[in-house]
Write a protein that binds this ligand. Structure first.
Ligand SMILES: *Cc1c(COP(=O)(O)O)cnc(C)c1O
Ligand SMILES: [Zn+2]
Length: 453
């Protein structure tokens, strides 16, 4: 099969930023711009559909199938294998890719049966370079920055973000790979060693400020105002372009069939917006003929989107986010609210929440069937159980749960659970190691006892 890419120049004028709220105007994606200059809304990258109709639906499927997991750089990346649908004008030499995406769709056979489902699949987005799905967005953002820096009159010198966890890890790694300076703003004393160490190891300028996350966010926005430092926080809609490939990849893994449900843990609401954007594009171009129902799963300690859903999305709700084990979704005032409302409404979706106890139990249960789930995935699995129990998800429907990070990034949570040391959590499935004398008979007796002999 011949695999020919569109030349970088072909689509330049057909892909641009536009205001998500609907204001007139096209803005080049190589401009340093994060919000609509007219109304302040978020921007979105828009792909003019006509420019993508040069191939029919079947040809697009064939093209994406043929590139998946190949060493034909950069097409082996799950993101850049769909290059024409991401940022077609990016030049080869500016693609900053570490072969992200193409993650395993794990068939959770045992867990599915325990829940009474015939088909449960877990999309393991944490099996990625820095251990979370944030890599999918960062490869796009950092690639665009690299191309900007090669353009005449460029003023961008560095990339920056405020984050305590997965965003800073991904930004630091991709920036290091590209040789672009990264500046990370962290609230001093409020992040764990594990969260600190990835950007430290990748050589980012890690600035620990004597404030909280919101304080860091204010400072990074001020620092990035003069346009020489490019803002990589999630109001930057370039990240959505990479993250939207997850939905397309899931369909590809099912031979272009659409699952009935996709459940995803949400905080700032970028990822669910991206999922919806990928499905909309496939539907517009005829690769699929229906949408999956999207479920946004929130931690009860930080559930503004759930509150808004309960009000029929009459108004955006903000809350003061409480402490949760699912710390990557501890967000009280989500940036991508409007995009996520559209995602839920257009897919007949649902928003549900899970308590700390529920997420911990869901993780433990899943781990006992061979997974190693992060707490955010636990939130999604707990929500899945609720929807199955109340009959909203039917036993024969095909369900996908998005696992957003690797459990190894949250070792403290796992250790705490199995040592029964998590505050306010009952560790019903704790499985601590047993310490024995190095004596043959003692060991044999213990094994007999455990195997029920
Ligand atoms: C960022 C993140 C989320 C939330 O994604 P949003 O786009 O903020 O909704 C969920 N899980 C993990 C592990 C994350 O890093
Ligand atoms: Zn606008």
């Amino acid at each position: 099969m011949s695999v020919e890419a569109l030349s970088p120049e072909t689509c330049t004028d057909n892909v641009y930023f536009r205001c998500f709220a609907g204001c007139e105007g096209k803005h080049p994606i190589y401009d340093v711009i994060y919000r609509c200059p007219n109304c302040g809304s978020l921007l979105e990258v828009y792909h003019e559909r006509d420019s993508l109709r040069n191939r029919n639906a079947y040809k697009w499927q064939q093209l994406f199938d043929s590139r998946a997991s190949t060493t034909n750089w950069p097409y082996g990346s799950g993101v850049w294998g769909m290059r024409e649908w991401v940022i077609p004008s990016l030049r080869d030499e500016n693609v900053v890719s570490m072969c992200e995406g193409n993650t395993n769709l794990f068939w959770a056979d045992r867990l599915g049966k325990q829940l009474g489902l015939s088909e449960l699949w877990i999309k393991l987005c944490g099996n990625s370079h820095t251990g979370s799905f944030k890599d999918l967005g960062m490869t796009v953002l950092v690639s665009v920055v690299k191309q900007m820096m090669a353009m005449e009159g460029n003023r961008v010198q560095a990339v920056a973000c405020a984050s305590t966890g997965d965003t800073s890890a991904a930004l630091a790694a991709y920036a290091a790979y590209a040789g672009i300076p990264a500046i990370i703003f962290l609230p001093a004393g409020k992040v764990s060693t594990a969260q600190l160490i990835q950007p430290v190891a990748n050589g980012a300028h890690v600035l620990a400020l004597d404030t909280d996350f919101d304080g860091c966010m204010k400072i990074v926005q001020d620092v990035t105002e003069d346009q020489s430092i490019y803002l990589a926080n999630s109001m930057n809609s370039l990240r959505i372009e990479g993250q939207k490939t997850v939905g397309i990849e899931i369909c590809r893994q099912f031979d272009w069939e659409v699952p009935d449900w996709i459940i995803i843990p949400v905080g700032n609401l970028g990822n669910i917006s991206a999922l919806h954007k990928g499905f909309s594009l496939m539907k517009d171009l005829g690769l699929i003929n229906r949408m999956p129902r999207l479920v946004a799963a929130q931690a009860a300690k930080a559930d503004p989107f759930y509150q808004s859903f309960k009000n029929g999305f009459a108004a955006k709700t903000s809350v003061i986010a409480g402490e949760t084990l699912a710390n990557a979704i501890r967000i009280g005032d989500p940036v991508s609210y409007e995009k996520a409302v559209k995602a839920v409404q257009e897919t007949n979706g649902v928003v549900e929440q899970a308590t700390e106890q529920e997420l911990a139990d869901a993780c433990a249960k899943a781990d006992l069937t061979g997974m190693f789930t992060c707490p955010h995935t636990g939130v999604a699995l707990a929500v899945l159980e609720k929807l199955v129990n109340r009959g909203e998800i039917k036993p024969t429907e095909r369900v996908v749960v998005i696992s957003t990070a690797h459990g190894l990034k949250f070792a403290d949570f796992k250790v705490g659970y199995h040592e029964s040391k998590l505050r306010d959590i009952m560790s019903a499935s704790a499985n601590p190691p047993v310490y024995l004398k190095a004596d043959n008979q003692v060991v044999k007796d213990e094994i007999s006892k455990r195997l029920g002999n």
